[in-house]
Design a protein around this ligand. Structure first.
Ligand code: C2E
Ligand code: MG
Ligand code: MG
Ligand code: MG
Length: 296
């Protein structure tokens, strides 16, 4: 019994060591991120990866989501959950997002100059961004500098963003839309206020949170079906996130979910890789005329 007891004690203290080591490293990365965000943006440690979004009905590429990556010379590859929440809490997220928006604009300009079919880009905006910068002016400047049509850029706002400053955000969304930008509600169903958000805010598209697909049982399928029906009834487009299997694609097609994003069609990757990936997978970009038909 004594031996067993000792071994438990040893086990515990080791677990504690591992835990505190993990915590220490997390805190270290946290303070590193805070003090190096400017440098990371200036020196190009921030890269934008793009994940394909596919039109369910046609199987064509209907867009791509810009997702930030931090490739650090000291820490290597940092995951978004290692830097996005820190930057939000420290009110530094605008430094990243200004850069991301600029890069998206440049990326669209490169596509136009290369005479490729333009693949619209959606990018993520944090609640905190609205306190730190004039998001609309930032986007407008990028559109002007690159001479872009406005419908190539789409704004994603997460559901949890609606909790605070709701009046301000409501006005912002209407201003975006009034200026010709489409605004998407990201991570729908992940927050506590989903239905209120749909009632009060005017979104163009709803991204159903991937949590619902993860389970993919009878209940979650019924919930997804109802969400798609409800969105259709009130005139909002639908996109399912986190789609990984053919079975999920088949289901989403059968219930009329309009767009699909997930590892099944491709992970987020650098733009040049995405080009090759789409070629190999015969994922062709939909034309502007096609997009107009579906996005009315
Ligand atoms: P999000 O906007 O909901 O982006 C979708 C996340 O799901 C991405 O994680 C993507 O890599 C991941 N994902 C896509 N398909 C699948 C799938 O089939 N299976 C699984 N398991 N995951 C999938 P990522 O890139 O790690 O980004 C996490 C979150 O960080 C994003 O969630 C977004 O809220 C935030 N984020 C990323 N880039 C930016 C940015 O530039 N600015 C801001 N403000 N937030 C960003
Ligand atoms: Mg998003
Ligand atoms: Mg999402
Ligand atoms: Mg998310």
């Amino acid at each position: 019994a004594k031996a067993a007891c000792d071994s438990i004690k040893k086990e515990r203290s080791r677990a504690y060591c591992i835990f505190s080591e993990h915590l220490r490293q997390e805190l270290e990365i946290r303070s590193y991120v805070i003090s190096h965000i400017d440098e990371a943006v200036e020196n190009g440690y921030i890269e934008i990866y793009y994940q394909p979004v596919v039109r369910t009905l046609t199987g064509k590429l209907a867009g791509m989501e810009a997702l930030a990556r931090w490739r650090d010379p000291v820490y290597g590859f940092l995951r978004p959950d290692q830097f996005i929440p820190v930057l939000e809490e420290e009110r530094l997220i605008d430094k990243l997002d200004r850069y991301v928006i600029r890069e998206c604009g440049r990326q669209l300009r490169r596509q136009i100059d290369a005479h490729r079919p333009i693949v619209p880009i959606s990018f993520n905006v944090s609640r905190m961004d609205f306190q730190l910068m004039d998001v609309l002016s930032e986007i407008e400047a990028v559109v002007r500098e690159n001479e872009l049509p406005r419908d190539y850029l789409r704004i994603e706002i997460t559901e949890t963003a609606m909790v605070q400053d709701s009046d301000k955000i409501l006005k912002m969304i209407d201003r975006f839309r009034g200026n010709g930008y489409s605004v998407w509600l990201d991570d729908f169903g992940s927050g506590y206020s989903s239905l209120n958000v749909l009632k009060d805010y005017h979104f163009d598209e709803l991204k159903i949170d991937m949590e619902f697909l993860r389970a993919f049982n009878d209940t979650s399928r019924k919930i997804i079906t109802s969400v798609v029906m409800m969105a259709k009834a009130i005139g909002i487009h639908t996109l399912a996130e986190g789609v990984e299997t053919r079975e999920q694609v088949r289901f989403l097609r059968s219930i009329g979910c309009e767009k699909i994003q997930g590892y099944h069609y491709g992970r987020p990757m650098p733009y040049d890789e995405l080009l090759v990936h789409c070629q190999e997978r015969h994922l062709r970009a939909e034309t502007r005329e096609e997009a107009r038909i579906y996005e009315k």
